[in-house]
Design a protein around this ligand. Sequence first.
Ligand code: PFF
Length: 472
Amino acid sequence: MALTQSGPARDGWSSRTAFILAAIGSAVGLGNLVRFPAEAGANGGGAFVVFYILCIVLIGLPVLLSETLIGRHGQAAAPESYRKVAQNSGRSTAWEHVASLGVFSAFVVLSFYCVLGGWVLYYIGTFVADLFTTGVVGGAFEGSTVEEVEGLFPAMISDGVTTSILNLVFLAITLFFVARGVSGGIEKVAVYLMPAFFVLLVGITIYGMFGGAMAQTLDYLFTFEPQKLTGPVMLAAVGQAFFSLSLGVAGMVTYGAYVGRNVNLGVTSGIIATADTTVALLAGLCIFPIVFAAGLSADAGLGLMFQTLPHAFQEIPGGSLLGLAFFVMVGFAALTSSVALLEVPTAWVIDRFRFTRTVASIMVTFFAAIVGVLCALSTGMLSDWHPLGFLPMFEGMGLLDTLDTFTGKITMPVGALLTSIFVGWIANKRLVDAENGLGGALHVFWRFLVCWLCPIALAAILLVGIFPSIVA
Ligand code: PFF
């Protein structure tokens, strides 16, 4: 096998639909299904949801379009794409380091994201086993107490051997698709799994409409109580919007680089953001009716998915099957996102070192596996290890939480902030306008958002993220 490549014709999406599905696949993930309901539940429901939607439209969407247009102009891995835009605008090529930071963030997120992917695999296995013992008809985990069902989660995360192995399995599945290339692997996983994901999501939501506490859910998610819109709630909403749209890690730059010139990026960005937000809202409409119908509370954070929901499945007929369908759906969404996360550093290694895709993706996976196993152990035997615990922001956190906070509150907002400055102020206006596919008032509005609102809002998020006492 040749270790390096001499620059064959570039692989790319086979159609506009393939690009849209892959980008939606990148955006829709654990962020929508685990983090959004958990954050909405922990931050007072309606106030968070309404502000979240505003953040998607006014900050997320403009940055999403900025990232894809840089990629499409550059037609290369993220740093090279930033460099080309800078060069063609007569500016310093040092701007490529914004993307280098993104590549680094994507690698770090990949490392801990696949640990969570492993947790999802564990629950899929648990529900399969339960289906064989309990059967299809009754609730899940027949004969087990609530404490036993809710105790599955702490028992799992403290068992570092199991979570490490499942993390490696999830990484290996991700590698399988990325190694096969853009049109041969990455788009295939999206084209098959995203429609299956939507069917499962809508099916479970309809179940909740009839069998669950839908009225209470609607009231909870959409009643806007302005007094609940505090600083920390706003901060949580903005951070969630960015994570959910896969921004600030050069992911959308990387996917944009495989898009042909005939695609209108303004329109596709709108479709991607709408789909991502719809899925987040549907996830709320899917999870809370089941949780409320079982008389449980919405504010359990991560425990909502891994403790409250399994307990709720215990209470309802057909719970084993529904639980299995639910976690399979979460697994599909997580996989299309982890594929995007692995593609970002892989594309960089291919461009930078001219390695073949197979070698590049295996190399990145190898390093992500090392960091991932340390993350998996950080909720068990390494839980006393607080790598950045000397800084107030990371006090008491194990490696997994440290990396999540470090990327979510520092490197991703910095990446997005610099990207909006780059597109709004540094890049040549004509070059940008030729790529963005917008016209008339919409174009003027987008420029205003990218030049002013995004940088100011992102700088505020960063400050508040690093010095939380400002809003406390
Ligand atoms: N947007 C994904 C989610 O909501 O789970 C997470 C993610 C995927 C972030 C891919 C960044 C990325 F490049």
